[in-house]
Design a protein around this ligand. Structure first.
Ligand SMILES: Cc1cc2nc3c(=O)[nH]c(=O)nc-3n(C[C@H](O)[C@H](O)[C@H](O)COP(=O)(O)OP(=O)(O)OC[C@H]3O[C@@H](n4cnc5c(N)ncnc54)[C@H](O)[C@@H]3O)c2cc1C
Length: 397
């Protein structure tokens, strides 16, 4: 399909941060944009399962908070303990005086992206797919514009590029922005979670009544167990024709390096072993270990992923492609959001959350900048984008 030839803002990537940036532009009354994505359909994998209060407040701004809350489970506490002893409850409801969302919302990322995508579609915005951005160069006639070239040879000319194209961002690479791990010297710290396995699974006991969000600590390791909302079963049946009986649980296991590499496609037996080693005892398949005296076995593996811990942050979240030497010729603006700007260990549950917050904030800031350029030179107006970049790089600055 033919792409528009030009626009003011080009959003590259329609993951959660590209969608949220676009919704934020619309919310602030700005419509001269184009959003593109390299793939035919959004990613249908579960990934992030927790949306934090601050992110829900941000989603309220773009009109998506309530819809998401209606689909997820509100976890008002998280239990922490060892395999045998419960040690602490983190009470999210203690946030009640400070937020209208005093809980952690448990909802798979697939669903979050679906809600953002539906909202955008309801506002009449189309994501142009599949269009993979391959390169960017300064426009020959106007050095403040960029020509973004796509795989199929089409070009879009634009003033601003929002790089929401994920951890391997083409836009960030073309702009020459370094992306490094600020703690690359962590070496052999035994407390570092080097690798982990994640899975959405069901168990063979329909009477299993495990509705708590739990963290289980073992020496130098941890695991998590979170019950996913039944709306996820309905979503899977509708969108992927997978009919999953019973509650789906997200399990996360840190895998100590001495256990060997995590298999690419693990068997049920491998995962059952992880539960027996690192998981809560009340999910044990051994009735002698399980405090209920009954065995609980894994039934379905709905989704699985493994990862090696890797963190990185871009040197800057705002740059101009080529600096001109006058106050009004400075080169096209590039702004990084989400994984293009920073990646985290999934263990902290922050990647998507921070990305959505970057994105909603950027929509407001960009509209402010566009208005400011009507009455002041670019060199002055750019303080708005530089401030955005500084605040998102280090929110405590
Ligand atoms: C296994 C796993 C578990 C995770 N768990 C959590 C968690 O618990 N909590 C949490 O907050 N986060 C978690 N994350 C991180 C979260 O998934 C990411 O932070 C989030 O997806 C980032 O969103 P994004 O929109 O920035 O990038 P992405 O989701 O990567 O989206 C980028 C989009 O850009 C498109 N694109 C890429 N290149 C181009 C191009 N050249 N041209 C056009 N389009 C392009 C892609 O097709 C894609 O749609 C997890 C991630 C993984 C992998």
């Amino acid at each position: 399909m033919a792409l528009p030839r030009s626009t003011t803002v080009l959003i590259v990537g329609a993951g959660p941060t590209g969608l949220a940036s676009t919704l934020s532009l619309v919310h602030h009354g700005f419509k001269d944009f184009v959003i593109v994505d390299a793939v035919v359909k959004g990613d249908n994998s579960s990934r992030a399962i927790v949306v934090h209060s601050a992110t829900l407040e941000t989603l309220d701004v773009i009109g998506c908070g309530d819809e998401l809350v209606s689909k997820g489970t509100k976890a008002t506490k998280m239990k922490f303990g060892t395999r045998t002893v419960e040690l602490a409850h983190i009470q999210f409801d203690a946030l009640e005086p400070y937020t209208r969302h005093p809980y952690a919302l448990i909802i798979p990322q697939t669903f979050t992206e679906h809600v953002l995508g539906e909202k955008l579609a309801s506002l009449g915005v189309t994501v142009h797919r599949p269009h993979k951005a391959m390169g960017v160069k300064v426009n020959a006639d106007d050095a403040n514009l960029a020509d973004v070239v796509f795989e199929d040879g089409q070009t879009i000319t634009t003033r601003y590029i929002i790089a929401a194209d994920g951890a391997r961002s083409t836009i960030r690479t073309v702009a020459g922005i370094a992306f490094v791990d600020p703690k690359s010297d962590h070496g052999d710290d035994p407390t570092t979670l080097e690798q982990a396995a994640l899975a959405d699974v069901t168990f063979d006991r329909p009477d299993l009544d495990e509705s708590d969000f739990r963290g289980i600590m073992c020496p130098n390791n941890f695991s998590l167990c979170a019950p996913l909302p039944f709306t996820f079963n309905e979503y899977l049946a509708k969108e992927t024709h997978e009919h999953i009986e019973g509650r789906i649980y997200r399990m996360v296991w840190g895998i100590p390096l001495e256990e060997g590499a995590v298999p690419h496609s693990p068997s049920k037996e491998y995962m059952q072993t992880l539960i027996e080693k690192f998981g809560p005892r009340d999910l044990s398949a051994d009735p002698k270990v399980n405090p209920t005296g009954k065995a609980v076995c894994l039934k379905d593996i709905v989704w699985y992923s493994r990862f090696r811990t890797h963190s990185a942050i871009a040197d800057t979240f705002f740059t101009r492609l080529s600096s001109g030497d006058s106050s009004d010729v400075r080169g096209p603006a590039i702004l990084l959001v989400g994984d293009a700007a920073h990646i985290h260990s999934p263990a902290g549950g922050q990647g998507m959350n921070l990305g959505i917050r970057d994105a909603v904030f950027l929509g407001e800031v960009l509209v402010k900048h566009i208005k400011a350029t009507e009455s002041m030179p670019l060199s002055e107006a750019d303080y708005i984008l530089a401030k955005f970049a500084a605040e998102r790089t280090c929110p405590c600055a």
